[in-house]
Design a binder for this molecule. Sequence first.
Ligand code: E4P
Ligand code: PEP
Length: 449
Amino acid sequence: MTVNAELHAGGNTWRSLPAAQQPEWPDQEALRDVIAELESYPPLVFAGECDQLRQRLGAVARGEAFLLQGGDCAEAFDAVGADQIRNKLKTLLQMGAVLTYAGQVPVVKVGRIAGQYSKPRSKPTETRDGVTLPTYRGDSVNGFAFTPEARTPDPQRLKRMYHASSATLNLVRAFTTGGYADLRQVHAWNQDFVKSSPSGQRYEALAREIDRALNFMNACGTDPEEFKTVEFYSSHEALILDYESALTRTDSRTGNLYDVSGHMVWIGERTRQLDGAHIEFASKIRNPIGVKLGPTTSAEDALTLIERLDPEREPGRLTFITRMGAGKIRDHLPELVEKVTASGAQVAWICDPMHGNTFEAASGHKTRRFDDVLDEVKGFFEVHKSLGTHPGGIHVELTGDDVTECVGGGDEIFVDDLHQRYETACDPRLNRSQSLDLAFLVAEMYRDQ
Ligand SMILES: O=C[C@H](O)[C@H](O)COP(=O)(O)O
Ligand SMILES: C=C(OP(=O)(O)O)C(=O)O
């Protein structure tokens, strides 16, 4: 990877366009210094890995694989610890095992991890007891504490984001290639969980079946090395364009630009303006790109996004992550899928059943009902079934910890429980038990499809 000045400028064409949701950095000179330093840092991922993920997502788009994308709403610098990272990974690996075995489909595993530090917000400020301060925009921008010092955007945080992403990815790579993700560990991933939870018990029964299947394959002479490592990719919302473009490099093999801050990046519902800076930035890089599509997306918007981001119609390049809400998906999704399919484009269709289903509980906690999450996924499957298209995967906010942020699930969390362990810095996540419940139910839907 080289930083070729002329080509690298291609990663900066967004600068002349309106960029939504950017922090108001008080010190522009400090920002410029940080950008210059970030530009000198080594890549977090390699272009070849991004290409490999694009190929895997191509299989999703063609209906040959299923995408599991999940992780925190907002990662936090003080949560870059071995336990938290392992718990998240363990949850995703368990969900992956359930979907692969019960859903009988290859699963492409992508974390909202190692870079998910920036948040678009509905309001630029927050007011408490008559005091108004800038809203919290993620650890890459400002602090969560409600003080003027913490809430003032500080570009030094962009460097901390790089280092936190690097440390996280380093551990994730060690876990996924160093033996922890060996499929023979299916029981070990569940050890701390099985007795206490219905989904843990259900998982344990499935793990026993996987064991038997592995023994069978072993007896048939299948190479055991095949199950020792797992392909796992990182992703985050490409929100703070100064950071993303500082980490954009020219691939020395091909001369193409890659955003080497993560394998896949997505553009959010609040920043996908067709003439805006985010889409311009995404159009210049070769990473696989996701775009969130909310209920107001028109088919024309979707077709223009394809034209801008996937002019070659390359399966795996573009993933549409729909987040309509349980009450709207059955009305809004069909026209999008129909018109995109009729255009000949082969995008991957993924369901984010979280962001259209948030509400505020009487206690003031932002929450989501597990039943709404499930209903949106059901609607997603129904629409694709009726149109003969492929329900390509799910995109969920989850954690490996036993938080109480979303209500419902087999090990039911009630509205009155929310205060017990409400730890998210932004939106409510499924806990481990709810995540596994969802994986089992989605696997059933996939098999029935
Ligand atoms: O994760 C998504 C958004 O950042 C989040 O839903 C915005 O939340 P807000 O409406 O509280 O700003
Ligand atoms: C902000 C997010 O979602 P959306 O853009 O769909 O609101 C997110 O996934 O973190």
